[in-house]
Design a protein around this ligand. Structure first.
Ligand code: ATP
Ligand code: MG
Length: 334
């Protein structure tokens, strides 16, 4: 998209369909395309079930893609690779999970949990080196050496998430998918974990795909944000731009749901309320998937799937309101 930024990942028309039974296919991710630049945090938001986790997992190849491509540093991740190449990818790309209770094996010591990747990839020269690496990782995430000999249940949610982060860092990855890493934590702890992730990003030049339910959570951490709806990408923009000028009615609705502290602004703003539930990804609406809940839906929206197009620098949207062919009132700014 931009010349002065280095692209780390390119996701092209990625699809992940789950076969539920003989006649039913659930289109969890249904053709999303976007780039992730080196060193940035790309926030991915959308309501529950819109396909965020599936997208994150498919990018890491924890799911096989149904269609589409993922390029990591210009290498195709999804073409069949040798075991050695796959191991290299696995090392470069790590995941931090939402639930710090379920994602840590309760029968393993923290030391062994953190060292999983070190062991798999044979990174430690000897026992002492292994221990040194574990201790250094514990310190990096704000825990101490003694914690290594304990078990996950002895820790609070925030501490467990730190353990999960240390585990991901152990193999020195370039790219981390953080799937709602703070959603399960107390509000008071959330900022601490976000600050830790930010510091680590700076120190280690990490690139993040940061998944969250609502826009308020990703606002401060993301450089750019992508908004998903029912397996599709509705809008992508630089974080500030998305909040200042949301284009897609769905993004506008998500932002409307965030309370504004200033009561004057709160009273004066236009709220966009969407009604009804998200339709089923087994049988999504024709044309634009959001049209059944969109307050601005036009006739064309049921017939033609809107193209994901550039509206202005760094701001992309899939909506017929920004399509000159269908909405005369609107001028697309290139
Ligand atoms: N392994 C699976 N088999 C079948 N269906 C699945 C599977 N994983 C996810 N789904 C379905 O795919 C859709 C997208 O799910 P996904 O977990 O990716 O959404 P999400 O945006 O991460 O939601 P949440 O915010 O609740 O975490 C949902 O309808 C879900 O039920
Ligand atoms: Mg999820």
């Amino acid at each position: 998209m931009d010349n002065n930024r280095e692209r780390l990942l390119k996701i092209e028309n990625l699809k992940k369909h789950f076969k539920i039974d003989r006649n039913t296919v659930l289109k969890a991710v249904d053709g999303i395309s976007f780039d992730i630049y080196k060193g940035e945090t790309f926030g991915l938001v959308g309501e529950s079930g819109c396909g965020k986790s599936t997208a994150g997992r498919t990018i890491l190849r924890l799911h096989e893609a149904t269609e589409g491509e993922v390029y990591f540093a210009d290498e195709n991740v999804h073409t069949k690779k040798s075991a050695k190449q796959l191991k290299k990818f696995n090392r470069s790309m790590q995941m931090i999970f939402q639930d710090p209770y379920a994602s840590l094996n309760p029968r393993m010591t923290v030391k062994d949990i953190i060292a999983e990747g070190i062991d798999i990839h044979g990174l430690a020269k000897n026992k002492q080196d292994r221990l040194n690496r574990i201790n250094s990782l514990l310190e990096t995430v704000g825990l101490n050496r003694d914690h290594g000999n304990r078990y996950p249940h002895e820790f609070s949610g925030g501490q467990r998430q730190r353990i999960g982060i240390a585990r991901a860092l152990a193999v020195d990855p370039d790219f981390i998918v953080a799937d709602e890493p703070i959603s399960a934590l107390d509000v008071s702890i959330q900022a601490q974990v976000v600050n830790l992730l930010k510091r680590l990003q700076k120190e280690r030049g990490l690139t993040f795909l940061f998944i969250a339910h609502d826009l308020s959570m990703v606002k401060h951490i993301s450089d750019r944000v992508g908004v998903m709806y029912l397996g599709n990408m509705a809008e992508i923009a630089a974080s500030d731009d998305l909040y200042a000028e949301p284009l897609h009615p769905y993004t506008q609705a998500l932002l409307s749901a965030i309370p504004i502290a200033d009561p004057k602004v709160e009273r004066s703003r236009d709220r966009i309320i969407v009604e009804g539930d998200v339709p089923s990804p087994v049988d999504p609406p024709s044309g634009c998937r959001f049209r059944t809940r969109c307050p601005f839906a036009m006739d064309v929206c049921a017939k033609v799937d809107p193209v994901f197009q550039k509206y202005k620098k760094d701001h992309w949207v899939a909506c017929h309101l920004y399509d000159e062919d269908y909405n005369e009132d609107y001028k697309v700014i290139q």
